[in-house]
Design a binder for this molecule. Structure first.
Ligand code: AMP
Length: 292
């Protein structure tokens, strides 16, 4: 067996204690270094690594957090079975050129005994994921605000893959005057169009073969819009028909919305975003496409 030698530029310091990360990054900020933060839940793939590369391009120091955040999962969701593979994540980071720090805290380090704070962002959280997973964005907001505060990041990197999440974070930054710049990076996909996701690991071989239907439905709507179809009811009907032909698929939502407010559009008269959430077997996948 031949093994390819990874190109290791930076071996990260792996830190479990948020206060230690804060001290390290504060010292670097005092030297005038800019800090990039890449929040993740681990099981790193090329989507995550694209954010890390972008951070290294834009910032002097890159910190990646790897934390399966319990507060953003509802009872009955996949918190327990979510993949936790720190060793493999460190190897993936090394093969992508590395990071300076990895924060990999325990739940108790992030939420010590007595923790009782809540962050609720209104407006853009109400529909779509917020409707299907009512406690989800409060959990995301609280952990991301903690990560911003403990890192003092100048720039934080998020994926367009989680379009609504990025919109919620941007709104939190505006509403609370946070001094961090948000960079939203393009969706990284498998060769057959499936958006990369840590949850793709849950798919059986048969489900995996069917999962690209999400991207096919988004492409169908995009082509129709480019050909002049403005009728969102018709566009959604066509997407629904394509997806429903796949035996393992069950649609949670299909939305054609305003890219800034995520309010539903009756007709496509300007920029739009098409978002969907579909269960393939027991695995819930989300995807989206922006229509400029
Ligand atoms: P997660 O570990 O799923 O919480 O994702 C961490 C970050 O990586 C989020 O900002 C995601 O939007 C981003 N991300 C996940 N999958 C992709 C992808 N396929 N392309 C680009 N960014 C992604």
């Amino acid at each position: 067996m031949t093994s390819e030698k990874p190109v290791v530029d930076v071996t990260p310091e792996v830190i479990g204690e948020p206060n230690i990360l804060s001290q390290r990054l504060a010292a670097l900020r005092r030297q005038g270094k800019t800090i990039g933060l890449v929040p993740t839940m681990g099981a790193l793939h090329e989507g995550h690594l694209s954010l890390v590369r972008r951070s290294r391009q834009m910032c002097d120091v890159t910190a990646v957090s790897i934390f399966v955040n319990p507060t953003q999962f509802a009872p009955g969701e996949d918190y327990e079975k979510y993949p936790r593979v720190l060793e493999a994540d460190l190897e993936a980071l090394a093969s992508a050129g590395g990071a300076d720090f990895v924060l990999a805290p325990s739940p108790a380090a992030m939420y010590p005994e007595g923790f009782d704070a809540h962050v609720h962002i209104g407006g853009v959280t109400k529909r779509l994921e917020g409707e299907c997973r009512p406690t989800h964005f409060d959990g995301v907001a609280v952990v991301v605000l903690k990560l911003f505060n403990m890192s003092g990041a100048d720039v934080a990197f998020f994926g367009q893959k989680d379009y609504q999440q990025a919109a919620v974070i941007q709104k939190m930054v505006r509403d609370l005057n946070l001094q961090v710049k948000i960079e939203v990076c393009p969706i990284v996909r498998e060769a057959d169009g499936l958006a990369m996701s840590s949850r793709n690991k849950y798919l059986s071989a048969e489900e995996r073969a069917q999962a690209p239907v999400l991207k096919k439905a988004l492409d169908l709507a995009k082509e129709q819009i480019e050909a002049g179809n403005r009728d969102t009811a018709d566009l959604k009907h066509q997407m629904r028909r394509l997806i429903s032909a796949v035996p393992s698929a069950a649609i949670d939502y299909i939305s054609i919305a305003d890219p800034a407010t995520l309010e539903e559009l009756d007709s496509v008269g300007g920029p739009a975003v098409i978002l969907l959430a579909v269960k393939i077997g027991a695995t819930r996948l989300i995807d989206n496409i922006v229509i400029p």
